[in-house]
Each structure stands twice: as structure tokens, then as C-alpha cells.
Write a protein that binds this ligand. Structure first.
Ligand code: COA
Length: 328
């Protein structure tokens, strides 16, 4: 069967208007703007209101991506929503977004791969377009993490923010689009970042709530080291698989977890600072939404134009990680 290159043909992003600054956090937990800035690079993060939830941002981002792609919702055959913070356990957020968009010819599904979810979605969809199974798909990263964050735990509550980014994928000419992509996980590191309560292992009870088991738990220090190693390794592997050298990469967009993680990955790869995009100061860590939000910001500002070769790399709870090289 002839192989069809798949690429991103439109992007959009959206986030709540509400903002939580480091100064706001100083009033909630024992921390300081200085500590948060030097340890993470984060200055503020967007925070959903009580009546705002994940699909709202996912749908808005998807609408904008469809508009940029010049497609109608009916043209989409698959909606992959990467999220760790779904609207509810059933139905999946992908199907909820499908209804909100009116994408009646699509299948909607969720990918649960934490911060690497967008790259998981891209990797799955790429092969479906390449083999001709589908023509157009939406891959969305959407999160309202602030509703899963324990605002008594200063080790995690300073990191996370809310938002969504979306990409329309479709056929593109040869030597454009996704040139190499790969996803990985290692469940042995489960307890580095997890949320134990509310599932079938520890169903929601008064006890699980009293023990705050419905919130994210993290061993930040250990995660840091695994994140740097995994992202650097898979990035180098994907650059080689794409038949490129590090110098051929015009722009690196890593998952925005921590400025120090980004700097360490770039330094291991030998990529100069000016080729690495960071928006962590303004958004914090938005998990699966961070890469598509950052990509769309780069398109809007002209850092990504036709012909730009981009390296994406992500790491998240699970642990999961991934790398993608693509040319616009
Ligand atoms: N304000 C002030 N002090 C804080 C703090 C905060 N918000 N959070 C932790 N501390 C304290 C700790 O209690 C500890 O104090 P101690 O030495 O008296 O015990 C000290 O700061 C150092 O803590 P440590 O956890 O070693 O700091 P760190 O340099 O590793 O930074 C993270 C913590 C969370 C910022 C960092 O580990 C990190 O970003 N890890 C990766 C997390 C991540 O990206 N997760 C998502 C993956 S997708």
C-alpha cells in the first residue's frame, strides 16, 4: 500500500481567564516567588473556575484548529483527546468534545498518558493517516489539573496549570509532516507521579477523601532525573530516525514541566538555548496540553513557518515519554 505522509495542518489553543500567580500561592502555602522561579521558572499558571471543565477548553482549541485547517467538524474521522483530568469517568472526553463540535462522522476517544498524551495521540494518528485508514483527525491535549492539585502540598501545587491545545492532522506532501515519532512507558516508576483514589483499587470513600488520595502525589526529585534522561535519549533517537542531525532541528518544543528540565535536556542534546521554546513562566505545567499550546504560540508568533523542522519531546506520570520530529 502506498504510504501517505501525515502532518499538522491547523492548530489552536485555549485556556481559562483565571490566573494564579506565585504571589497568590504565597498566601496559600509556605513558599515564595523566589523559590518557585529559581526551581521551576514558573511565574503564573491559568486556573479554571468552579464551573469550567476540561472539554470546554478542548472544544475551543479544536474549533480554532479546524478553522486554521479550513475544515468542517464533519470532515474529522477521529478525535483523540489526551487528558489525565477528564470531565468525568464516563463518557470519554473525546466523545464529549465530538458532540460539542458537531463532528458527527468521527470516533471520539481518550488517551491517558499524562504529560506525554499529545505525542501518544500524534503517534497513533500518524500511522492511521499514513496507511490510508483515515484522512483527517484531531489530536487534543486538554487539562484542568488545578482540580486535582492538593493546595496543602507545596511540592506539587506550584507546578500545574490548566488549558488545551489542538492539532488537525491530515495528508501532507512528501518530506513534510511527521518524519519520526515514538512513544514509551515504564510502569515500574508508577509512584513517582500518581493519583491513587477514585479508581477500582481505592474507590471513592470518606476515608480516601480524608487521606487526600484523590489528589496528585509526586516524588519531584526522582522524576526530574528520569525525565531528563528519557527525553534526551528519545530525542536523539528520533533525530537520527528522521535522517537528520541535531543542527537540522530549527526549534525544540519540550513538554513544559520545569525550566531546569528543559535546560538540561537541551544541554544533553547540544541544542543552543535560542532554539528551545519555553512558555513555562506564563502557563506552568499543563500536562498533555503543554506541547500543542506551545506549538500554536510558535505558529502565531512566526517562529514556526513553512519548512520549519521541529523536535517535540514529552515526559509524564506513568512514567511515559515520547519524541517526534516533524517538518511544517
Ligand atoms: N516552596 C518552598 N520550598 C519548597 C517548595 C515550595 N513550593 N517545595 C518544596 N520545597 C522544599 C522542600 O521541602 C525541601 O526542603 P528541605 O530541604 O528542608 O526538605 C527543599 O525545598 C528541596 O526540595 P526538593 O524536592 O529537593 O526540590 P527540587 O529542587 O527537586 O524542586 C521540584 C522540586 C518539584 C520543583 C522539582 O523536583 C521538579 O520540578 N521535579 C519534576 C516535577 C515534574 O516536572 N513533574 C511533572 C512531570 S511531567
Amino acid at each position: 500500500m502506498a504510504s501517505q505522509n501525515a502532518g499538522i495542518i491547523g492548530m489552536g489553543h485555549s485556556y481559562p481567564e483565571g490566573i494564579l500567580t506565585n504571589a497568590d500561592l504565597e498566601k496559600i502555602v509556605e513558599t515564595s516567588d523566589e523559590w518557585i522561579t529559581t526551581r521551576t521558572g514558573i511565574k503564573q499558571r491559568h486556573k479554571a473556575a468552579e464551573n469550567e471543565y476540561t472539554s470546554m477548553f478542548g472544544t475551543e482549541a479544536a474549533k480554532r484548529a479546524l478553522e486554521k485547517a479550513g475544515l468542517r467538524p464533519e470532515d474529522i474521522e477521529l478525535i483523540v483527546c489526551a487528558t489525565t483530568t477528564p470531565d468525568q469517568i464516563l463518557p470519554c472526553t473525546g466523545a464529549i468534545i465530538q458532540a460539542q463540535l458537531g463532528a458527527h462522522n468521527a470516533a471520539g476517544m481518550d488517551v491517558f498518558a499524562a504529560c506525554s498524551g499529545f505525542l501518544y495521540g500524534i503517534t497513533m494518528v500518524e500511522s492511521m493517516i499514513r496507511t490510508g485508514q483515515i484522512k483527517y483527525a484531531l489530536v487534543i491535549g486538554a487539562e484542568v489539573l488545578t482540580k486535582y492539585v492538593d493546595y496543602t502540598d507545596r511540592g506539587t501545587c506550584i507546578l500545574f496549570g490548566d488549558g488545551a491545545g489542538a492539532a488537525v492532522l491530515g495528508p501532507v506532501p512528501e518530506d513534510k509532516g511527521i518524519l519520526a515519532t515514538k512513544i514509551r512507558s515504564d510502569g515500574r516508576f508508577e509512584e513517582q507521579l500518581y493519583c491513587p483514589g477514585g479508581g477500582t483499587k481505592y474507590g471513592t470513600t470518606h476515608e480516601t477523601i480524608d487521606k487526600r488520595m484523590h489528589y496528585f502525589k509526586m516524588k519531584g526529585n526522582e522524576l526530574f532525573k528520569v525525565a531528563v534522561r528519557s527525553m534526551a535519549e528519545i530525542s536523539a533517537e528520533m533525530i537520527e530516525k528522521a535522517g537528520l542531525a541535531v543542527n537540522d532541528i530549527d526549534l525544540v518544543i519540550p513538554h513544559q514541566a520545569n525550566q531546569r528540565i528543559t535546560d538540561a535536556v537541551a544541554s544533553r542534546l547540544g541544542v543552543p538555548e535560542e532554539k528551545v521554546y519555553s512558555n513555562i513562566a506564563m502557563h506552568g505545567n499543563t500536562s498533555s496540553a503543554s506541547i500543542p499550546i506551545a506549538m500554536d504560540e510558535c505558529i502565531e508568533s512566526g517562529r514556526i513557518t513553512e519548512g520549519t523542522t521541529v523536535l517535540l519531546t514529552a515526559f509524564g506520570g506513568g512514567v511515559t515519554w515520547g519524541g517526534t520530529v516533524l517538518r511544517f
